[in-house]
Design a protein around this ligand. Structure first.
Ligand code: BG6
Length: 486
């Protein structure tokens, strides 16, 4: 009799009963991501058995419970994956209430939370989601401390996690005065993408890839997140932020932590985050000479943008990790607005074999981008191994070939969660694996200091391109995988 080779899959753990409080409930993030995301979790049967969601905002923007429900319905209709109707919607809608909060007048919120807790019954967990702009952050944290609402509660914190080392330290100090680190969930939606889990699976569940995942076999790594969209009217936000802070420190460095990490001792939050932070500690401080800052032509004419603005809408960097696994292997990072395509791609370039057995002319058609492992983490993503094969025919000619695994063609997407949905669920489960830790954040700002202190001048690029021309020299002797030949 054959024995099963796999233990049965463990069932999806279910979160304990919860009262979730959304600060910034009338804002853009709640509308686009949080309310639709929570409803999707309800549809997927992943919300706690009993829960309530309390929206909050300053008294000047207060809504009645009724209006908040209408607001949520509108948000789900506009941005959700399923329509706000049927019994699941009715149950979700009846779990919504509103309580305004100002530092001098927190009572409506305190009362709404108490009422929600009573409605849930027992001692539900409290989870605060701070979808508020940085200026409001300290006062909300202090309010949670002063009212006692913070007691035993968890808190989800939205980026930016500071804008430099000093502000990141100050922010962490503010948070830690009220919440110890074990209750803080700094959310980076890139870490909620399936691809991050999949990088772990690819590396650590197979005998094929991990043995190659080091300086012996890999010549360079690219983490490439071009965006086709421009700043979409967000001049006020973007002028003070720029691509380096908005995308690189936040999202791309976080991905780099997972691509480059050592195998964790076990797959739990502490081990994963320890390994991620070890990567950050090994990062060499950024050299401004290895950074290209770009600005798309026309940016300075956008409404709300300073006509002499030096803010970058594009950043490309070559960074190095000083550890035994990666010494000497350049990591190329790129992101920017108004580029040719919107993509999310991690590419590992494999070294050439040590001896060139095949005559040079056998490789005439090859452009130097064979020998690559390409992880495309669009939702749903794909993994491609690109290599050389013999072209059929009498002579020994080499041609490029792709071996592609595509999520869409291999699995149903029904069970997939978007970044925010995945992370909201993890926060309710109390699992910090895919949330950033304070020491990691501070280290990233520390290595960024030389660049922030002496940024190179911005170089113009035409919208619809791949950025300033100088990025080719940054990547040399390698070349950017994108644009790819599809
Ligand atoms: C956000 C940035 O965090 O991420 C935006 O503020 C950016 O500027 C967005 O467009 C990209 O996210 P995604 O998941 O669409 O690639």
């Amino acid at each position: 009799m054959t024995q099963p080779t796999q233990p049965a899959q463990s069932p999806q753990p279910s979160p304990a009963d919860h009262v979730i409080v959304l600060f910034g409930a009338t804002g853009d993030l709640a509308r686009r991501k949080l309310l639709p995301g929570l409803f999707h979790l309800a549809k997927a049967g992943l919300m706690p058995r009993r829960y309530r969601i309390v929206g909050s905002a300053p008294a000047a923007e207060a809504l009645s419970d009724q209006d908040f429900r209408a607001h949520a319905r509108q948000a789900v209709a506009e941005f959700g994956r399923s329509r706000p109707e049927g019994p699941v919607w009715q149950e979700f809608e009846s779990a919504l209430s509103f309580g305004s909060a100002d530092p001098a007048a927190p009572e409506p919120l305190v009362e709404a939370v108490r009422a929600a807790e009573q409605a849930v019954g027992g001692t539900p967990r409290r989870l605060f989601h701070l979808a508020v702009p940085p200026v409001a952050f300290t006062s909300v944290i202090e309010l949670l401390g002063a009212t006692g609402l913070a007691q035993d509660a968890r808190v989800i914190v939205e980026k930016p996690f500071g804008t430099d080392l000093a502000s990141a330290r100050a922010l962490n100090g503010t948070i830690h005065a009220v919440f110890d680190e074990s209750r803080v969930f700094r959310i980076d939606h890139f870490l909620g993408k399936e691809a991050v889990d999949n990088i772990l699976a690819l590396r650590f569940a197979n005998g094929l890839f991990e043995p190659l995942w080091n300086r012996e076999h890999i010549s360079h790594v690219q983490i490439d997140v071009p965006e086709q969209i421009d700043i979409q009217g967000r001049a006020h936000f973007f002028e003070g932020t720029g691509t380096f802070r908005d995308m690189i420190v936040t999202h791309l460095f976080q991905l780099l932590g997972f691509v480059a990490m050592e195998p964790p001792v076990v797959l739990d939050a502490q081990s994963l985050r320890d390994e991620q932070v070890k990567v950050f500690r090994s990062l060499r401080p950024l050299d401004p000479a290895h950074v290209v800052r770009g600005q798309y032509t026309g940016y300075r004419a956008e409404p709300g943008v300073d006509p002499a603005s030096d803010t970058e809408t594009f950043a490309a960097l070559r960074v190095e990790i000083d550890n035994w696994r990666w010494a000497g292997v350049p990591f190329l990072l790129r992101s920017g607005k108004a580029l040719a395509e919107g993509r999310h791609v991690v590419t590992l370039g494999l070294r050439e074999p040590v001896l060139g057995m095949f005559p040079l002319n056998a490789r005439a058609a090859v452009d130097g981008r064979s020998n690559e492992l390409v992880i495309d983490f669009a939702d749903p993503g794909s993994i491609t191994a690109r290599f050389l094969v013999k072209e059929p025919g009498p002579s020994m000619r080499l041609a490029e070939a792709d071996m592609v695994f595509g999520y869409r063609s291999s699995f149903t997407a029904d069970n997939s969660l978007e970044g925010y949905e995945h992370l909201l669920l993890e926060a309710m489960l109390g699992d910090q694996s895919f949330f950033t830790r304070s020491d990691g954040i501070e280290r990233l700002w520390e290595v960024s200091s030389p660049l922030l202190d002496a940024p190179p001048a911005v170089e113009p690029y035409a919208p619809g391109t791949w950025g300033p021309d100088s990025i080719d020299a940054l990547a040399a002797p390698h070349r950017w995988h994108l644009p790819d030949r599809r």
